[in-house]
Design a protein around this ligand. Sequence first.
Ligand code: IMP
Length: 435
Amino acid sequence: MVGAQWGDEGKGKITDLLSVSADVVVRYQGGINAGHTVCVGEQTFKLHLIPSGILYPETRCVIASGTVVDPKVLLEEIRHLEQLGISTKNLFIAETAHVTMPYHRLIDIAEEQRRGKNRIGTTGRGIGPTYADKSDRTGFRVLDLMQPEGFREKLEWIVPLKNVLLERLYNLPPLAVDQVAEQYLAYAEQLRPYIIDASLLIDQAVRTHRNILFEGAQGTLLDLDHGTYPYVTSSNPVAGGACVGAGVGPTIIDRVIGVAKAYTTRVGAGPFPTELRDEIGRHLGERGAEFGTTTGRPRRCGWFDAVIGRYAVRINGLDCLAITKLDVLDELESIKVCVAYHCPSKTVEEFPSDANLFGRCEPLYETLPGWKEPTGHCRTLEELPPKARDYLEFLAHQMKTPIALVSVGANREQTIIVEDPIHGPKRGLLGHNGD
Ligand code: IMP
């Protein structure tokens, strides 16, 4: 399951629904930059790194190799769940995942300030610097924390290197090796029971025919390779990232589900052609409670962009879509969908790779009538107002991909199951039969 836009598509709720049928849920990339809000009854869970499958007592949840782990925050999350009576006995952390160190966070924040008007608008959680060190082969993996002597020795080498940056480039105080060692070795002891060879665990699940859900964080347009670079995150949220991040081959993945909001949002900087800086944008933000789960920043809001949608279908090989937050559009007189761009002298229907060019694209819209009645109570397509069904049909047609799920509210039961998202089509209910 992947995000088909810029993240925050409501994946938390969809993973939560899909987790019912999953024996194993795997987070394969990203770190605590992600935030999932899951509502169960009266309780709201805010999770950053732990898959929301943890709310199901029998589901195994894996934080796989492609993620980056901030041990302090992960331990807080574990404690938070345990306090709410949710067991973490089925939580597993890949020994090969990279670890966010104190200097990563400091450098992320300081570098954003230094970038000035070119800032990315990161979550400030040290994600980029952690992945940068991974590529640079100067990172610490979870398994390094489990070996105190070697860990300390490597710190003696790395911390002075980072202190040069902290002191000379960013005017920050240096870090002390002893302090970092003490802090992280204490975390290590608490994390030890959760550490495993994640690829092996997943392989065993494959061999015993278990259902495995690979849960993408962020979204397609934030992908390091395929997103709006440089306004992206530092990992690969796309479906292909699941193989690398989890340590499995592509042949084991049966279906790819893309999650998209019925409109579009983005946090952080970077081009966003369908952004609405007007009353309607504010209305979507308020009705959709569009504030980041991780940073609390207000999200930028805009119309649904079918060019991006088609791109997400291509890059991820989407089999079907889950459309979330349809109810947020309930009060609108009319609703626009971007179907192509004027970019800048010609019309294009495909997503341009150059973020500068993308930033100059003007959306070309089709306008559909709003339905102007509540949808939060609808549980079947037939119960939806006809104009809401037309809207969904239009989206499916634009993306040439069937819609399997429609979410009309935050709670589990506020969901319309159009077709089985896991086992796939009986196509044609709300979808495109592929001409
Ligand atoms: P980073 O991942 O903190 O480095 O931030 C890079 C970009 O990705 C920024 O624009 C962030 O706002 C965005 N981003 C990172 N994680 C999320 C997420 O979970 N949802 C939405 N945007 C995100």
